[in-house]
Design a protein around this ligand. Structure first.
Ligand SMILES: Nc1ncnc2c1ncn2[C@@H]1O[C@H](COP(=O)(O)OP(=O)(O)O)[C@@H](O)[C@H]1O
Ligand SMILES: [Mg+2]
Length: 248
């Protein structure tokens, strides 16, 4: 069974940055196949890794629904969608990327979630590692796309809103009784231990602190992928350390 790392938190806190860096580092370690799943409808995980999405799950569901006559004879709609999704997986440089996207048809969102959940279960044996970049909100958690994870990383910046979102996700995950072995808070773009009291109030411990990173800023300014991040950059070193601990 694959080792699943899920990343969640408020929008703009650094989820995709962390997820893409984890995928890049896991690939470099060369210890088995890596699958990245972009479960955020505002997809940009593939892009962060320098890839271009051809078709996402939402788009596939829409296009099949619009052209039912295009389903091969003797194949159910579900089987055909499943086939289309499997062939849409981007296979690149040692890791694969699956992008969920957002279907346009009404009432399709749950359908896509269910598809994705089934697919994750099926793919779990094909990959050693799965990294899930989750949607910013936490509504999707109650739709239960992600039920199992070995580690849930909650990303927050130093803002009150970011920390509260992390806390809410942590509470919700426990309430819904997901099978999550460990939940850890990752503070991003900060080096303040000034947050100690606030974190204590929220009942959150710090697992990792990623400082504001000039090199990351430069990359995103130049539109370069995370795979170009310098190995001596703060974010690279910290996430590498974080990975050591998680995989131990
Ligand atoms: N530690 C950091 N230092 C500097 N810039 C960062 C850092 N973490 C994230 N960023 C930048 O912040 C922006 C938002 O990050 P992103 O990972 O897309 O957030 P999210 O996926 O949570 O919405 C990106 O432009 C990213 O390059
Ligand atoms: Mg993101």
């Amino acid at each position: 069974m694959s080792f699943v790392i899920a990343v969640a938190g408020k929008g703009g806190t650094g989820k995709t940055t962390l997820a893409s860096l984890l995928i890049s580092l896991l690939t470099k370690r060369n210890q088995g196949a890596v699958l990245g799943i972009d479960a955020d409808p505002n997809s940009n995980l593939a892009e962060a890794l320098g890839l271009k999405v051809k078709e996402d799950i939402g788009g596939i569901v829409d296009s099949v629904a619009k052209n039912l006559a295009g389903i091969p004879l003797g194949m159910t709609k579900e089987a055909y969608i499943d086939f289309r999704i499997q062939t849409s997986i981007l296979e690149e440089k040692g890791f694969d990327i699956l992008t969920m996207g957002r279907p346009e048809g009404p009432g399709c969102y749950c359908y896509v979630n269910n598809l994705l959940r089934g697919l994750i279960k099926k793919l779990a044996d094909d990959y050693s590692y799965i990294v899930i970049d989750n949607e910013a909100g936490f509504e999707h958690l109650s739709r239960r796309t992600m039920r199992r994870a070995d580690r849930l990383l909650l990303v927050s910046d130093a803002s009150e809103a970011g920390l509260r979102a992390a806390k809410r996700i942590s509470d919700l995950v426990k309430e819904l009784e997901f099978d999550i072995k460990e939940i850890s808070l990752v503070l991003n773009r900060t080096n303040e231990i000034l947050l100690k009291d606030k974190l204590k109030d929220l009942g959150l411990g710090i697992f990792s602190v990623i400082a504001e990173d000039e090199e990351l800023l430069n990359l995103s300014r130049q539109g370069k992928p995370i795979t170009c991040l310098d190995h001596s950059s703060k974010a690279y070193l910290e996430v590498n350390k974080l990975l050591d601990i998680i995989l131990k």
